[in-house]
Write a new protein. Structure first.
Length: 251
């Protein structure tokens, strides 16, 4: 299979490693900054590509996300080798550079809302725009993006985390809408969201003390679970969000 993993955080790196274990797979790891990629022992079938290199040629800032044109050019480079079987967007932001999850309405700001939405919703949407048309048509192909259970409107019983919750809910709607369009053009294409659980990563680090015992997963475990979910998807999965254990996460 030809697989694209976008992102070089803990989950992104682990997904690259999991898929690269099969020597018949060709894995492309697209990262925002040079040097983020860690190929480990599976270097022969992993191709590292830096989105920043493309953006820099255009004279653009990549502080949070690459531009639409940068993503388009990178997609064109990947497409030159043929159709894609799996595309997984493994990026996300909960806190960064003074931005923290809001506990109340008083903490909301245009800056934090726009930044978190840019990373968690708008960027995956731009990736979908340019990469979904590249999905293979001869058999089941999958476009997936990391969502989160806290993005579920139905499951929101605690409140708080306004920007993160709302951005993931927006992502879920974008994926659902894209799944309908993708199916019309490519009956074998699936577009889904993936909830990895709480993973030991920079994103969750400030909040790990609150995680119940046994519910903080290693990136490797989460990646293996997500791979299992993706590889078991059938036609009825299109447009849905799935947790690490294969259960559907309600919108």
């Amino acid at each position: 299979m030809r697989i694209v993993v976008i992102g070089a955080g803990a989950i992104g790196r682990a997904l690259v490693s999991v898929y690269a274990k099969d020597p018949s797979n060709s894995v492309y790891n697209l990262t925002r900054r040079e040097g983020q990629f860690v190929g480990g022992e599976h270097q022969n079938n992993v191709h590292a590509m830096c989105i920043k290199d493309v953006a820099d040629k255009l004279g653009e800032s990549t502080l949070f996300v690459p531009s639409d044109e940068s993503v388009r050019r990178l997609a064109s480079e990947v497409a030159a080798s043929g159709p894609l079987d799996r595309v997984i967007v493994a990026t996300g932001m909960l806190h960064s550079n003074g931005i923290t999850p809001e506990k109340s309405l008083k903490a909301l700001s245009y800056e934090s809302l726009s930044t978190v939405f840019m990373v968690n919703a708008f960027y995956p949407a731009m990736v979908a725009k340019h990469f979904i048309p590249l999905l293979a048509k001869h058999e089941t192909s999958v476009f997936a993006a990391l969502s989160a259970r806290v993005g579920s409107i139905e499951d929101n019983h605690l409140g708080g985390w306004y920007a993160y919750r709302a951005s993931k809910a927006a992502l879920n709607m974008l994926l659902k809408t894209a799944s309908i369009e993708a199916r019309r053009a490519n009956p074998n294409a699936l577009v889904v969201g993936l909830h990895p659980g709480t993973v030991d990563s920079d994103l969750s680090q400030p909040f790990q003390s609150r995680v119940p015992k046994g519910k903080l997963f290693s990136a490797e475990f989460a990646a293996q679970q997500l791979q299992s979910v993706v590889e078991s998807l059938g036609p009825e999965a299109n447009g849905r969000v799935f947790a690490w254990d294969g259960r559907v996460v309600p919108y």
